[in-house]
Design a protein around this ligand. Structure first.
Ligand code: ADP
Ligand code: F6P
Length: 334
């Protein structure tokens, strides 16, 4: 259980706005619900912005009431919709967004999204006089300054559910499977999933891929009588088609592997209890922090504590993957 921050309100807020941006993640809905209801509880009006920064720059926002967030705590996706808005990288466009917020009397913005979305939030906060709080919302868990992100637990659970099924057929037919999970720049999903499903190996973008060492490992496992079936979890990496290329390369080393790409299934579905609680606590904490006069901060989790981290320490930083956990996958499957 998290301990919620207790901060003395120093600022009286008229209205805030909330948006979801970038790749959606299961748990964004309970986060929106918490922001809306915690704000209303404190007498603050709330605007829900449609389609992330795309909606913000054209003022596509409506005032929300408590009933607007009924029955969404258990739903995947985001009620407010999400988008990727290249235009927001332009300072002139961000100025336009700030003007719209000021005209509407909005004196606080909550942005729920990944590293890119938090970068946009940081720029808006530093360039204009609008207090901004970011919440880490991404399945990737690759945001510096927080141990956990909204949606990671659900994505891992979804991938595990699929892999447990794949393992059944892999065992029956003594097949080797390369199962691709999401994670363009980071292997957090792959590592968590690999550990939890008892994978034979994981391949992550954080460390160079050594096809020879994969083949060597598989041959050693075979020679040790560990059978030829198994699961290798592969993080998708930057270039599409990585897992198929790996399968081709393995073929060249007399290793036949079937490929299964889990894809966007990992981004959908009902958020786990863990993600619902995380999202609810972070959403409520965002309002506490705005009322206490915080600006340009991300609310995250550090060793079980809810913390406010300056966005400048969060964005454009690489959250390192613990190599011990990658190695643990290898140790534990033997
Ligand atoms: P995520 O937030 O999931 O990491 P993206 O990296 O696609 O997803 O970023 C989502 C959105 O955040 C972008 O479409 C853009 O609107 C905004 N954004 C990303 N990077 C920047 C940036 N450098 N400056 C301003 N806005 C940005
Ligand atoms: O950032 C979340 C994420 O799901 C990544 O894991 C993945 O690489 C990317 O978004 C996929 O984005 P798109 O929906 O644009 O294919």
């Amino acid at each position: 259980m998290y301990k919620l921050p207790t901060l003395t309100p120093t600022r009286s807020l008229n209205a805030i706005a909330v948006l979801t941006s970038g790749g959606d993640s299961p748990g964004m809905n309970p986060a929106i619900r918490a922001v809306v209801r915690a704000a209303l509880h404190s007498g603050i009006r709330v605007y829900g912005v449609q389609r992330g920064y795309s909606g913000l720059i054209i003022g596509d926002m409506d005032e929300m009431q408590a009933g607007d967030v009924s029955n969404i705590v258990q739903r995947g996706g985001t009620l407010l919709k999400s988008d990727r808005c290249a235009a927001f990288k332009d300072p002139v466009v961000r100025k336009q967004a700030a003007t719209i917020l000021q005209e509407k009397g909005v004196d606080g913005l909550v942005v729920i999204g990944g590293d890119g979305s938090l970068t946009g939030a940081h720029l808006l906060a530093t360039e204009h006089n609008i207090p901004v709080i970011g919440l880490p919302g991404t399945i990737d868990n690759d945001i510096y300054g927080t141990d956990d992100t909204i949606g990671f637990d659900t994505a891992v659970t979804t991938a595990l559910d699929a892999i447990d099924k794949i393992r059944d057929t892999a065992l029956s037919h003594e097949n080797l499977f390369l199962v691709e999970v999401m994670g363009r720049n980071s292997g957090f999903i792959a590592t968590q999933v690999g550990l939890a499903c008892g994978a034979e190996m994981i391949v992550v973008p954080d460390f160079a891929i050594q096809i020879e060492s994969i083949c060597f490992q598989l041959a050693a496992d075979h020679a040790a009588g560990r059978g030829s079936s198994g699961i290798i979890v592969v993080a998708e990496g930057q270039q599409a088609g990585l897992t198929y290329r790996l399968a081709e390369q393995l073929k060249g080393h007399q290793q036949d592997a079937k490929v299964c790409i889990l894809g966007h299934i990992q981004r959908g579905g009902s958020p786990t209890g863990h993600d619902r609680v995380l999202a609810s606590c972070l959403g409520a904490a965002a309002i506490t922090c705005l009322r206490a006069g915080y600006n340009d901060k991300m609310i995250g989790v550090d060793r079980g504590e809810i913390v406010a981290v300056p966005l400048e320490h969060v964005v454009n930083r690489n959250k390192p993957l613990n190599p011990q956990l990658v190695e643990l996958v290898n140790i534990l499957h033997r």
